[in-house]
Design a protein around this ligand. Sequence first.
Ligand code: AHR
Length: 497
Amino acid sequence: LTASLTLDPDFQVADVPPRMFGSFAEHLGRCVYTGIYEPEHENADGDGFRRDVLDLTRELGVSVVRYPGGNFVSGYRWEDGIGPVESRPQRLDLAWRSRETNAFGVGEFATWTRRAGVEPMMALNLGTRGVQEACDLLEYCNHPGGTYWSDLRIAHGYEKPFDVRLWCLGNELDGPWQIGHKTAEEYGRLAAETARAMRMIDPSLELVACGSSHSSMPTFGTWEATVLEHAYEHVDYISLHAYYQQHNGDLGSFLASAVDMEDFIESVVATADHVRARTGNTKRINLSFDEWNVWYQTAWHEQGPPDGWPIAPRLIEDTYNVADAVVVGSLLIALLRHSDRVAIACLAQLVNAIAPIRTEPNGASWRQTTFYPFSHAAQLARGRVLRVEPSSPTYVNERFGETPVVHAVATHEPESDEIVVFAVNRHPDEPVELTVGHRAFSDARAVEHVVLAGDIHAANTRDEPNRVSPRRAESTADGGTASLVLPAVSWNVIRLR
Ligand code: AHR
């Protein structure tokens, strides 16, 4: 198979959104406890944060981390997680049928984000709680002092406000599994009133309204429209969530998962713009894709929740293989291709629970296969996103029909003049010879091609943490074109300098 694409600095989509490379830390299984926080671990720092996980978080290139949920947040009392640890209550976590010790709370999270060099994105409980508790948390986090909640923060040892700019108005309230599940009318009103009150404290906050939990929700489309009819002028973003997995051995459809993600994004953009037109608003609502990943949800549903309300059980610790990493890469390409409207995206999640980083309690940590496409994109996508429209052969799969084999996007950093092409070969068994035309830049360009491919079932595990890693591949540069081979089922990074 052969394919080609052309690079041109004028084909700009948008500046690379810095918050495109976000992640998510929920109180879920071992994401927080024995993930980012394990005071007894030999690598823990003075605050109980695992240094190995902090290092891997920085290496991953994460820019923003959403917290504390997820389904968890819809039953969470944030006040349980502040003050002296010994007096914090243990609670039932209904979402994950676990016991929450509250040893880690908002103050620990704020400290951890500073140490990790990431921006905090705070989610509010709009399932069982409302406007008052949201304002109280905002006051605790951001008010300088001289009020009940801000003075309490100072008394807890945090003199400086946390200055959280980005707030999610609840989580997945369209889903019947959500504690405090609501209709679009109920949620739209609550989101608008919460946003209005929060803006009385600080008009410059950035607020995310909940969109649909996935694109096949029965209320998808009408949920977004109704919520935005109520909340349009009070919020900045509408959220999207999507998880993909291989069903019944259908690799071809799984590799084409980004077709669904792109369609989902375009439908939400259309819905938000429809409400804009109807309501006569001038601003545009952008998208916060604040949960996305590969997740073997059928395995989770078969396994079911744990018995006996355990503390930090092993939940949804999916082990990712090469095919999963290629799909994650393709989903990153889909997000970048829509960076004119997708301003925020969070890989769900960061550690252990459906995560690129895995740890053992009191033990090692390692990079899953999915770590690599994310870290490549987060570290190398700089400057502007360029639209590329590959001329590509297609393959047929059951879910999406005829699908282009090559899925790609590029970025251009004008100062260094570095161009990076991110490309996936979605064909289940055929390699593709790709020609990259870069005449619009300059003729003399060194090319580096890094590829993640090979045995599609191979994964990194505690015993074999480095089984899968990216490798350098051959490429040739000739005048205004570069030529390289994208192996079947592969993630590729092509740097031109
Ligand atoms: O990320 C795991 C779960 O997926 C989150 O708690 C929830 O928001 C979503 O359904």
